[in-house]
Design a protein around this ligand. Structure first.
Ligand code: UDP
Length: 335
């Protein structure tokens, strides 16, 4: 049995990445407590530790939670995450991703919590001026989603100076895949992400895939992204926690693989895994999408000693394919 390494709060622990984080923390001997309002998450995804159902902006709830027990650190996954939606409804994004996050941080500071691990995004960079993005690439986000995350990164810098809150801002590239134990995976509603939509199209359980533009300045005209396995993301967070608990400095780190795949390359790879074609049409560009986002993950590898283990595209797609099949079977079973 692993030792008890202390309690950690996982805000948004019922969501896609958060639920993998809860599992990872539990396997390492931490006691995870999830705070999630279940607006997007699923209670049955919290398979380890307590689930507290509530809003991160509910100060009375946070006061009760944070005064009842001591948390070594707080993880924050409770974000709105759709680029196109953020362009249509920026108010929701600034409210949830900035204002409510600030309220959460104020409560943490008031309760003396001094370590925070933040889900940031590659969208903070905007249009890359280099093939591989390093953390010192200028941040000029081009959509409200990216701006809301960038604003919190800046706030965190100020909160450290004034209140001593240390943080790791982890800039995800494209989270994908599912837990190999087949019990955790992506369950967004509606699902907007490329890989699950394309898998469903191949399986015949979803509509034909619309490719969001083939007129980008890339080799085949479709957007290039850097896909990283959700389990590898969770491990990087656990390493960031260890880094902060060991007295390490605050950091902003890219979490990606350094390899980019275009939308068309992803569809080819999915056809290989699924053994059937991905029905598709070409649509217009999606607002807020840069042509290419690929990480230089050197800093995370060096600082955290992080090595992605399941982020080969074939492994990501095999895990995601199994998960989609299981989801379909469980929905298809008579009640
Ligand atoms: N994409 C697409 N069709 C879809 C969903 C996504 O062409 O049905 C494209 C999207 O425009 C982007 C890439 O696939 O260029 C990855 O999008 P996703 O939503 O999976 O992740 P994001 O990059 O927005 O975090």
């Amino acid at each position: 049995m692993t030792t008890n390494r202390g309690r950690v709060l996982v805000v948004g622990g019922a969501g896609y990445i958060g639920s993998h984080m809860v599992k990872c923390l539990s396997s390492q001997g931490y006691i995870p407590v999830t705070l999630d309002n279940l607006s997007h998450g699923h209670a049955d995804a919290v398979r380890f530790g307590e689930l507290v159902v509530g809003d991160m902006g509910d100060r009375a709830l946070l006061d009760r939670l944070l005064s009842k027990q001591h948390f070594k650190a707080v993880f924050h996954f409770a974000s709105l995450i759709q680029v196109a939606e953020s362009v249509r409804d920026p108010a929701a994004y600034y409210h949830n991703n900035f204002i409510l996050t600030k309220q959460l941080l104020d409560a943490l500071v008031d309760h003396g919590i001094d370590r925070f691990i933040f889900s940031s995004t590659a969208a903070v960079y905007g249009i890359p001026t280099t093939d591989l993005l390093t953390e010192d690439h200028p941040c000029h986000p081009i959509n409200p989603y990216g701006r809301s995350k960038w604003m919190i990164e800046q706030l965190l810098q100020d909160y450290e100076v004034a209140y001593g809150l240390k943080s790791a801002s982890l800039r995800y590239f494209n989270a994908a895949g599912a837990d190999p134990d087949d019990r955790l995976g992506e369950r967004h509603d509606p699902e907007t992400h490329l890989i699950p939509r394309a898998l469903r199209a191949a399986m015949g359980t979803g509509p034909a895939l619309t490719i969001n533009g083939t007129d980008y300045p890339t080799a085949d005209g479709s957007c290039i992204r850097d896909y990283v396995h959700v389990g590898d993301l969770a491990e990087a967070h656990a390493l960031a926690l260890a880094h902060l608990l060991n007295g390490g400095h605050s950091c902003r780190l890219n979490l990606g693989t350094g390899h980019g795949y275009s939308v068309l390359e992803i569809l080819d790879a999915i056809e290989h895994v699924a053994g059937s074609p991905v029905p598709r049409t070409v649509g217009p560009r999606r607002p807020g999408d840069p042509a290419r986002l690929v990480a230089d993950p050197t800093t995370a590898k060096r600082l955290l000693n992080w090595t992605p283990k399941r982020s080969d595209l074939a492994v990501i797609l095999e895990d995601a394919w199994r998960w989609e099949n299981l989801q379909h079977q469980s929905h298809a079973e008579p009640g």
